[in-house]
Design a protein around this ligand. Structure first.
Ligand SMILES: Nc1ncnc2c1ncn2[C@@H]1O[C@H](COP(=O)(O)OP(=O)(O)OP(=O)(O)O)[C@@H](O)[C@H]1O
Length: 385
């Protein structure tokens, strides 16, 4: 045996699915705050009094339906749009407001757009070098290649964007944004151009890179499942207003408004009046703690919260239809005293395994954990879109 064969080779760096060595440099993350941000385009009010803080090194998702103002808020954070009033702060210092307005290139912010916005006439490496103009020429390529290795594309560095798949282009866009090691990363619907299977894996790997680099990240999405999966915090927007800001668990289990409850899952709705701290519904009384006696209320019941009660102690319901939806079945039931059929969600094949047929009468009950009561002043239509 040769002498040097006995010497242990250096350990390979741990590589992720993208071939990302977990050795890359880390950003110095910043806290990013919005303080009473309002914005108008002409006469239209687009954002109203938005305040939130994206804590250092965390991922915050800006979630909401189309037109709710998510992208505008992101553009304001980047300095690409100047808000009508309010301030943007980094680590407590104003970077966009009445006394100081830093241009985008001075904010130390990385940007990833929905369409990736890669330069088609530049190679992958040149695209990533584009954000490194502040470095000496000799330092640009090594840093670009290190970041490309992190997203598993260092072996494609000399190719042009058109030769890459959508998922690979997204990874180049991420590498370009990360290469200057920004303290804050802003991403606008970064996965929406990908098909659903690819989206899951690119999203997981992106989250891995964000965790590894610890950049404070703000991600715009209209997909509640994506926000629940990625966000340390979620800011739920609706028509320019922030409905709720909190952890994924806060928003899902403790929605403050009917809109928030309805954004994360379909609901069955009942109208009623608070009497003795509860609201009577055809499915029984639902607790309405903290609500004013006599107030008009809306009771919202998540689909999985309805279940069949073999003991027959619930409301009588007739099964009207069943739709197979993959992992679960959606069941509609008619309940006396309720005008519209109610929807339930059961494990796929649950009816067959219980020996239950369509058109059979059964007893259904409600799990209180999936029920919420809100003041009736909110409109129900916007909650269910
Ligand atoms: N430059 C502009 N001039 C006038 N109105 C604008 C401008 N940019 C955006 N808007 C309007 O502001 C509102 C909010 O738009 P914004 O793009 O911020 O919403 P969003 O929540 O990101 O929507 P989406 O998910 O569809 O991208 C929309 O009604 C939009 O038409």
């Amino acid at each position: 045996m040769e002498d040097d064969a006995a010497v242990k080779p250096p350990r390979e760096p741990v590589r992720s699915k993208w071939g990302v060595p977990n050795t890359a440099a880390v950003s110095i993350p910043h806290e990013l705050s919005f303080e009473n941000i309002s914005h108008r385009f002409g006469e239209s009010v687009i954002l109203q009094d938005i305040s939130l803080t994206a804590a250092t090194g965390t991922v915050t998702c800006l979630l909401g339906p189309s037109g709710s103002g998510k992208t505008t808020l992101l553009r304001i954070a980047a300095g690409m749009e100047r808000q009508t009033s309010g301030r943007v702060l980094q680590d407590g210092r104003e970077i966009g407001g009445p006394s100081l307005f830093m241009p985008p290139e001075k904010r130390g912010i990385g940007l990833v757009f929905q369409d990736y916005a890669l330069f088609p006439h530049l190679t992958i490496c040149q695209n990533v070098c584009f954000g490194l103009a502040h470095l000496k020429r000799a330092d640009r390529i090594p840093q670009a290649m290190q970041t490309l290795a992190r997203v598993g594309l260092d072996d494609r560095a000399d190719e042009y964007p058109s030769t890459l798949s959508g998922g690979e282009q997204q990874r180049v866009a991420l590498a370009r944004a990360m290469a200057p090691r920004p303290g804050v990363l802003l991403m606008d619907e970064p996965f929406s151009g990908l098909d659903s299977r690819l989206r899951d894996s690119v999203r997981d790997e992106t989250l891995g890179v964000l965790r590894e680099t610890r950049a404070t990240s703000l991600i715009v999405t209209h997909d509640p499942a994506e926000a629940l999966k990625m966000g340390d915090r979620i800011a739920l927007m609706n028509r320019g207003i922030m409905e709720q800001f909190g952890t994924p668990e806060d928003l899902y289990y403790r929605p403050k408004t009917l809109f928030a409850a309805g954004f994360f899952s379909e609901l069955n709705l009942f109208e009623g009046v608070v009497r003795g701290s509860q609201v009577e519904t055809p499915l029984g009384a639902i607790k309405a703690d903290g609500m004013r006696e006599g107030a008009a209320a809306v009771v919202a019941i998540r689909l999985p919260a309805l279940y069949f009660d073999p003991a027959g102690k619930g409301a009588t319901a007739r099964i009207l239809s069943r739709r197979f939806l993959g992992d679960f079945d959606q069941i509609t039931v008619g309940v006396s005293g309720v005008d519209v059929p109610l929807k339930m969600r059961l494990r796929a094949g649950a009816l067959e395994s219980l020996g239950i047929d369509i058109n059979r009468n059964l007893s259904i009950r409600v799990d209180p954990k999936g029920c919420f009561v809100f003041p009736a002043v909110e409109t129900t239509s916007s909650a269910l879109t």
